[in-house]
Write a protein that binds this ligand. Structure first.
Ligand SMILES: NC(=O)c1ccc[n+]([C@@H]2O[C@H](COP(=O)([O-])OP(=O)(O)OC[C@H]3O[C@@H](n4cnc5c(N)ncnc54)[C@H](OP(=O)(O)O)[C@@H]3O)[C@@H](O)[C@H]2O)c1
Length: 415
């Protein structure tokens, strides 16, 4: 029986299609084969989905309960234990030797998370029940209320980069799929538990933060070090607003600091790509520095740019901004569609050109502090295009994939 059929059978486990599984068993499918794309077993998947008729069927037909899935290194009974699924434990215990049987626990210790099962289109994202993290001594456990789907997330999911960059990204993120399978880099939520050595936060604090290459925010909970990039939320922000100001805000601060905006009050700045997450934040950060702003955006984006208080806009669908005669002290390409050579004639003598394509905007706690301060002073507002519940993660990624969102897309994790 081919391994292609195995994939179909695996899907049948997820969809609780008992008759189809019986059919594949009659055909002699290998129930203990671990497909390289999944690295788990149908038995484990039946437990995750709580499809216990199928769990019984698989065990009765030779599925081995000792098999461990690769990414968690746990067997079906251990996963049932993490999920607090006593019924599954009872079923699997019957097929284990007495020394390997697990005692039944009372408390549910699982959470929902979006798992990126491999690189590809949005459909590679799956919602699964996985063990809830337990904070270490220096960590806080945050119940996440909101995350955001950012351009960076869809790039990681799709591995949409060219040439050598693709090789580098695979080396950093994981060769065939992300090593850290829960994507998402920003969160807002409430501290639920604190580790023994935590002094910076207490239970009940409302916090927001960013995890960078540690990812992990498309989940109901995250355990993070108290000294990582997490601080108290702006006191006047909702969870959705707090999370929406992070990604673009942090990136805009990074590049505008590189352009030395603070040292040049009243500078003339051109912001190319002003309506995305980074662009809308860049406008507001530049305003904070009293810059004289001109933007490059589409006719469709003009209304938003005006709403953010900018009158000067060059509409890229009507004219070529590189043909302008005006000069700028800073040019910031917030969408990475230009290069320095194209923009050279638009720069003043000591003018500085920066683009999101030139280097990684590393995250710091100072950036979060500045965002909090500006939001509380109402100098910064959250630009939210759409909000999706976690169960619609695929649609959220499809929308961000278009590259046309205005501002930010929020992912609502908990009500
Ligand atoms: N280097 C780093 O560390 C770093 C960090 C963050 C982001 N980035 C990169 O920065 C870029 C922007 O990120 P983002 O999150 O702001 O993306 P985004 O929110 O998805 O940006 C979409 C916006 O860009 C506008 N746009 C598309 N093509 C344009 C063009 N030719 N000229 C002007 N505007 C255009 C779109 O409006 P219209 O459709 O109306 O034109 C839309 O509003 C991405 O490529 C991302 O990978 C880099």
């Amino acid at each position: 029986m081919s391994h292609g059929n195995w994939k179909d059978m695996f899907k049948a486990v997820q969809e609780n299609h008992v008759e189809l599984i019986e059919f594949y068993i009659r055909q002699g499918i290998d129930l203990n084969y671990q497909h390289p794309e999944y690295m788990t077993s149908p038995l484990i998947e039946s437990v995750r989905y709580n499809h216990l008729e199928i769990t019984k069927l698989l065990l009765a037909n030779g599925a081995l309960p000792e098999i461990k899935e690769v990414y968690s290194n746990k067997s079906a009974v251990e996963i049932a234990n993490d999920l607090g699924n006593n019924e599954a434990i009872t079923i699997i215990n019957q097929y284990l030797s007495p020394s390997k049987r697990l005692n039944i626990k009372i408390q549910k210790k699982s959470m929902k998370a979006v798992i990126c099962t491999k690189y590809g289109s949005p459909e590679v994202l799956q919602i699964r029940e996985i063990p809830k993290p337990i904070p270490k001594d220096n960590e806080i456990l945050v119940r996440i209320y909101a995350s955001a789907v950012n351009s960076g997330d869809v790039r990681v999911r799709s591995l949409d980069v060219r040439g050598l960059m693709k090789v580098i990204m695979r080396m950093v993120l994981g060769f065939s799929k992300p090593k850290k399978p829960i994507l998402g880099t920003v969160f807002s939520g409430v501290v639920e538990t604190v580790g023994n050595k935590v002094s910076k936060f207490k239970v009940g604090d409302k916090v927001f933060g960013m995890t960078g290459f540690n990812f992990g925010t498309y989940a109901e909970y995250i355990a993070i070090n108290q000294k990582s990039n997490v601080i108290e939320m702006p006191n006047n922000a909702t969870f959705e607003e707090a999370v929406a100001i992070i990604f673009g805000g942090q990136t805009a601060i990074y590049f505008l600091e590189k352009a030395k905006i603070a040292a040049k009050p009243n500078s003339k700045i051109l912001i190319i790509g002003a309506t995305g997450s980074v662009g809308t934040a860049a406008i507001q950060i530049a305003k904070h520095h009293k810059a004289d702003i001109t933007t490059v955006c589409s006719s469709e984006g003009l209304g938003l740019v005006n709403e953010l208080g900018v009158k000067n806009a060059i509409l890229y669908d009507k004219e070529d901004f590189t043909k302008q005669t005006e000069k700028f002290d800073i040019i910031f390409d917030a969408v990475g569609k230009s290069n320095k050579k194209q923009c050279r004639n638009l720069l003043t003598k000591n003018g500085i050109y920066k683009s999101v394509s030139s280097g990684y905007a590393s995250e710091t706690i100072q950036q979060l502090q500045l965002l909090k301060k500006l939001f509380e002073k109402r100098e910064l507002r959250a630009v939210i295009d759409k909000t999706f519940p976690m169960r619609e993660i695929i649609d959220a990624h499809k929308y961000v994939d278009t590259g046309r969102k205005k501002g930010n897309v929020v992912l609502k994790i908990s009500e």
